[in-house]
Design a protein around this ligand. Structure first.
Ligand SMILES: Nc1ncnc2c1ncn2[C@@H]1O[C@H](COP(=O)(O)OP(=O)(O)OP(=O)(O)O)[C@@H](O)[C@H]1O
Ligand SMILES: Nc1ncnc2c1ncn2[C@@H]1O[C@H](COP(=O)(O)OP(=O)(O)OP(=O)(O)O)[C@@H](O)[C@H]1O
Ligand SMILES: [Mg+2]
Ligand SMILES: [Mg+2]
Lengths: 226, 226
């Protein structure tokens, strides 16, 4: 479903520059659930952003399916993201002027696609947002905002979902419900999930855990247990 | 150190209104470390904001020391917060145009107080921010931003620290270092800590855990274990 080859990412220039990724080669099989773990600052978000085409690598290649997305134009990249990718941002990135419901359906609305109402209801009820759909982000708790960001990435049922710490501000019940839902997206719908987390319990829902350290892959584990 | 009496908080009006706190009476003893836990949306951030005078309750009283802060003017409240309170926001609330170092010393700079350099170094080294002090928030990872928010609340060594999910985006090592530091603030410096968390491991650093459910205190536990 996705693959990187020799991915390097450098921010800034000269002596203030930071090499966030130092040559990362990873493969993400179709209908696989991978957890990306590692210390704060080790390059997890940078890897996810490069994989989703939200940031361009300094060196190396990124493939979504068979397409090398580093060769695409901005317009083609936006099209590909809209059709194939769901992204849950670490800082949620909700639109403050839209309600929770409008934030959730935004990717579909922009793409001019219809919302599958039954699926929308399932996503909303799993994330427990039924009685907050009319609220704007500032009228929601931190964890409720995070769940809106999660719902937004799932409602279009994309081929591949990149989720950056999707349960960081959730209590264990809300967290388990979202993780079970992600697991079902893989098992029942053949979607591919790449999830950054530092929570071993969240990682136990994945098939595999990849550990980053200082911009490199330092370890890998099949069937991570909590 | 702090106390609430019959705290109620209602957001919004009419049928869109939300009763976030439904009568909360709690006492926080000097040099105590309390964890506030509970489901997403149960009122934890609202309680912390009312306690620190960042939001005004609909009903009830809040005391910092012997002072009923619900009777203070905006100016007196700002003065009290500056002199006695440190606050770690769930969304960090860093100033984007300032570097990490400037964000950390901002409360002291505004108050016209000197920065205790040795203490500043200790806070920075505990939070692992030494080689990111010159970076702006957008040049920091999510967990690094969270640690800057933590350092900012601790560098002025306030009487009472309110921390809202301070380890939500940290790996276990960074998390343990911050929590150990909070513990030392209580044990070595007699500071009072009130920390919202949904992580049982973080709560195990506290003397006591208070559980909120739907805007009310539903349970309390001494010496919470992970
Ligand atoms: N400005 C607002 N207008 C309307 N409702 C609000 C507003 N702010 C918060 N709420 C509601 O009040 C309730 C309590 O919010 P609060 O932020 O205190 O919860 P919380 O326990 O901190 O949750 P979390 O763990 O998700 O951060 C939530 O259900 C939320 O939707
Ligand atoms: N725009 C930038 N300019 C300079 N350095 C940056 C920039 N963005 C990120 N970095 C640095 O690159 C490194 C990797 O950042 P990244 O956000 O990928 O880490 P992370 O693993 O997601 O961390 P966390 O778990 O804290 O979210 C960090 O040390 C960070 O300081
Ligand atoms: Mg990150
Ligand atoms: Mg909160």
């Amino acid at each position: 479903a996705a693959r990187t080859e020799g991915l390097r990412k450098v921010y800034g220039e000269g002596d203030a520059s930071v090499e966030a990724l130092r040559g990362v080669t990873l493969e993400f099989a179709v209908a696989g659930f991978t957890a990306i773990m590692g210390p704060s600052g080790s390059g997890k978000s940078t890897l996810l952003h490069c994989l989703a085409g939200l940031d361009s690598p300094t060196e190396g290649h990124v493939y979504i399916g068979d397409v090398d997305i580093t060769t695409l134009s901005e317009r083609q990249l936006t099209q590909l993201r809209r059709d194939k990718i769901g992204f849950v941002f670490q800082a949620y990135n909700l639109i403050p002027t839209l309600t929770a419901s409008e934030n959730i359906t935004l990717p579909l609305d922009i793409a001019g696609r219809d919302v599958d109402r039954a699926w929308f209801d399932e996503v909303v009820d799993t994330t427990g947002l039924r009685d907050r759909l009319g609220h704007k982000p500032t009228e929601l708790s931190g964890g409720q905002q995070q769940r809106v960001a999660g719902a937004r990435a799932l409602v279009s049922r994309p081929e591949i979902v990149f989720a950056d710490e999707p349960t960081g501000n959730l209590d264990s019940r809300s967290s388990d419900e979202l993780l079970t839902f992600l697991r079902a997206a893989v098992t029942d719908h053949g979607q591919t999930i790449v999830m950054v987390t530092h929570d071993a319990r969240a990682a136990s829902y994945a098939d595999r855990a990849v550990f980053l350290g200082d911009g490199q892959v330092v370890d890998e584990m099949q069937a991570p247990t909590a």
